[in-house]
Design a protein around this ligand. Structure first.
Ligand code: SF4
Length: 375
C-alpha cells in the first residue's frame, strides 16, 4: 500500500474499492461493541446520551487525560447534575471546583457556556455543529464531538488520538498541522452510515488503547490487515510533525507572606493566563528577569520580617513557555492589614481556593521550608 500525501490521497480516494471503503467502518464498530471503554459520561448500549455530560467531558478532556478528568467529572455532576444547575452556580465556585485541572480559561468558558445554554436556550443544548459552535468555549472539534456523540450527527471529530490512527492507517506523509484537513477528510471515510457517535468514540478508544503513541498493539487492531504504516513497519513515525519550538524560559519571584496561620493572596486579572485564579503576590514573569528586579515587586506591608529567599526554585511548564520562580517568605505581625487588592486566607482552607498548580507548588515549597525554626 502506498503512503499518502494530500494530492495522492485526494486522487486515490475514488480508486478505493467499495468493499474496502465500507468494511472499515463496520470493522471499527464491531471492535467497539466488544471493547469500548466504560466511562462515566458515556451512554451504554440502549441508553440515550446526555448532552450535558457529553459537553462537560469534552471540555474537561481538552489537553487532559481521561484518568485526570474522571474524579473532576464526578464531582461536577454530583454538585451540578444538569446544565441549568451549573448555569445558576457562581463562577467562583466553578473555578474552585476546577482548580488543579489546568488551562483555566476552559473553566471560565465552561461556566459562560452553561450560563448561555441556561438563559438563551432554555437549558437545552443546540443539536447542530453550527449551533454548538456559537456557544462560548466550543470550537470546531468540540462541536463535532458533541454533535456526533450526543445527537448522532454524521460528522467525525478529529482529536490527537484520531489523528494518530488515521495518519498511520493511510500513512499520511504531510506534516501536522498542515495535514489536518487531509486527515479530517480521511477520518470521515471511517464513519458508519448510522451510529456516527459510536464511530467517533470507537476511533477515540482505538487511539487511546491500541494505536498508542509508542508500540501500538497492531495485532489487536481491527485495521491490522489494512494499515499502510503497519505494512511498512513505520507506525512509530506517524503522525509526521514539524519540529516543535519550545517557548523561552521566563523567570520571576513569588512572595509568600504568613500571618499566624494565614497566608496573603490575591486574584489574578480576569483576562489572560490563569485568569481569575488565586495566587500569592509575585513579580512579572519575564525572559531575562533577574532576582533583584523581581524582588522590587514584593508587596509592601507594615511590620513585616525580612524576606527570606528559599533554597531552590519552583519550575512549571505552561503550554507556551517554561517558568522558574524564586520563592521569598516573610512573616507579618498579627493584625497587619493586607495591601489593596489582597486578602488573608487561613492556610487550613487553601484547598478551597482556586489555586492553579504552579501556585500550589510555590506554597508547598514555601511552607515546607518555613517549618524550619523561625528566623
Ligand atoms: S494496525 Fe497498528 S498502526 Fe495501524 S491503525 Fe492499527 S494499531 Fe494503528
Amino acid at each position: 500500500m502506498e503512503s499518502m500525501s494530500r494530492k495522492s490521497a485526494l486522487k486515490a480516494k475514488p480508486e478505493l474499492g467499495q468493499a474496502e471503503t465500507s468494511s472499515r467502518p463496520i470493522a471499527l464498530l464491531q471492535w467497539y461493541d466488544r471493547h469500548r471503554r466504560r466511562l462515566p459520561w458515556r451512554a451504554m448500549p440502549g441508553e440515550t446520551p446526555d448532552p450535558y455530560r457529553v459537553w462537560l467531558s469534552e471540555i474537561m478532556l481538552q489537553q487532559t487525560t481521561v484518568k485526570a478528568v474522571v474524579p473532576y467529572f464526578e464531582k461536577f455532576v454530583a454538585r451540578w447534575p444538569d446544565v441549568t444547575a451549573l448555569g445558576n452556580a457562581s463562577q467562583d465556585d466553578v473555578l474552585r471546583m476546577w482548580a488543579g485541572l489546568g488551562y483555566y480559561s476552559r473553566a471560565r468558558n465552561l461556566y459562560a457556556c452553561a450560563v448561555a445554554v441556561t438563559r438563551e436556550h432554555g437549558g437545552v443544548f443546540p443539536d447542530t455543529e453550527e449551533g454548538l459552535r456559537a456557544l462560548p468555549g466550543i470550537g470546531p472539534y468540540t462541536a463535532a464531538a458533541i454533535a456526533a456523540i450526543a445527537f448522532d450527527r454524521h460528522t467525525m471529530p478529529v482529536d490527537g488520538n484520531i489523528e494518530r490512527v488515521v495518519s498511520r492507517l493511510f500513512a499520511v506523509e504531510e506534516e501536522l498541522p498542515q495535514a489536518k484537513p487531509l486527515i479530517q477528510q480521511l477520518a470521515a471515510t471511517l464513519l458508519a452510515n448510522s451510529r456516527a457517535g459510536d464511530s467517533a468514540q470507537a476511533l477515540m478508544d482505538l487511539g487511546a488503547s491500541i494505536c498508542t503513541p509508542k508500540k501500538p498493539a497492531c495485532a489487536l487492531c481491527p485495521f491490522t490487515e489494512d494499515c499502510t504504516a503497519r505494512a511498512q513497519g513505520t507506525q512509530d513515525t506517524f503522525p509526521r510533525k514539524a519540529p516543535k519550538k519550545s517557548g523561552t524560559l521566563r523567570r520571576g519571584a513569588a512572595f509568600v507572606v504568613i500571618r499566624g496561620d494565614e497566608l496573603l493572596v490575591r486574584s489574578r486579572p480576569e483576562k489572560g493566563l490563569l485568569g481569575g485564579m488565586t495566587e500569592v503576590p509575585g513579580s512579572d514573569w519575564l525572559a531575562g528577569h533577574d532576582d533583584a528586579t523581581a524582588k522590587q515587586q514584593a508587596p509592601e506591608l507594615k511590620g513585616l520580617s525580612r524576606w527570606q529567599r528559599q533554597v531552590g526554585v519552583v519550575t512549571h511548564v505552561f503550554t507556551h513557555f517554561p517558568l522558574e520562580l524564586v520563592v521569598y517568605t516573610a512573616k507579618a505581625e498579627a493584625r497587619t492589614r493586607a495591601p489593596a487588592g489582597m486578602r488573608w486566607v487561613p492556610i487550613a482552607t487553601l484547598a478551597d481556593e482556586a489555586l492553579p498548580n504552579v501556585m500550589r507548588k510555590v506554597i508547598a515549597h514555601a511552607l515546607d521550608l518555613s517549618t524550619a525554626p523561625p528566623s
